[in-house]
Write a protein that binds this ligand. Sequence first.
Ligand SMILES: [Zn+2]
Length: 300
Amino acid sequence: MFKFQVRVGLGLTPFQQYFRYIVAAAFIGRETGDEYPGYTFYSYCEKFHMKFIKEILGVHCKASNVACRAELGRLPLWAKISFSCIKFLEHLLTSENTLVFKNFQATKNFNPWAKKLYSIFNSLGFSYIAESNCSIKALLPNIKQRLIDQCTQEQSSKIYSSTKLKFYQHFYDFNCRSAYVDILRNKTERSILCKIRLSAHNLAIERGRHLGLHTSDRICTICKTGDVEDESHFLFKCEKYSNYRRSFQCNILSILQKNHLSENQMLKFCMNSNSLKVLRVTCSYINNCLTLRNEIIQYS
Ligand SMILES: [Zn+2]
């Protein structure tokens, strides 16, 4: 009974079921033209995957896709789908004397599915697989690792070259998902921290980007000192929030039992902390400052 439930997807969470469907979809697809089988359906799934991730993080739909995936330690779905297709190809090539094997052998030179798979082998540096008919099974662990490395590398280069993610570059760790997404169970708190980390907020640095202003013109309208209103100014410099800041810094120093921390040290410690207490104090400070900011804007 249990095996039956697993096979048909009963007893799985909706996300696990959905994930199973999209991997299966890679094998279905259209068989005409040069289109990658399952691609149309796959692209919808990738969009749904992103919506799901952004819902968990509590950020708006325009937040950076690559940074959202990095926060949760996820890779694009195509990596999982590609690997499943490669495993299926291995199964196919070892099922000699079957109708499906004969059909594949007869059509493999113009079959778009096979073409796509061999182009994936090329991009991963396994082009000799197509030429030498060597065993794919023995290479599966290497192929899987190469897929993960390629996706992670692509993700890191996108994050480090993005001007929008300058603040996030301080905390990004390609090795693991961010600790706060598991520790902060409250979605509002998770959302407050994530919006600041990913620059998915309404500070002048972001608002000015949408208005096409030069970085130096995105100044803080709250303190009117002429400083650019970026995340560092908001968290550590803007004088309007100095009362909240003093109590925040005292709380953090007392938790750490230290007398002093530089801005940089405090920033990294608070944003990357795996302590619920520290994360809550940080979220509460950001939330208080944002509430005050909204009030000032509303009544000015
Ligand atoms: Zn200011």
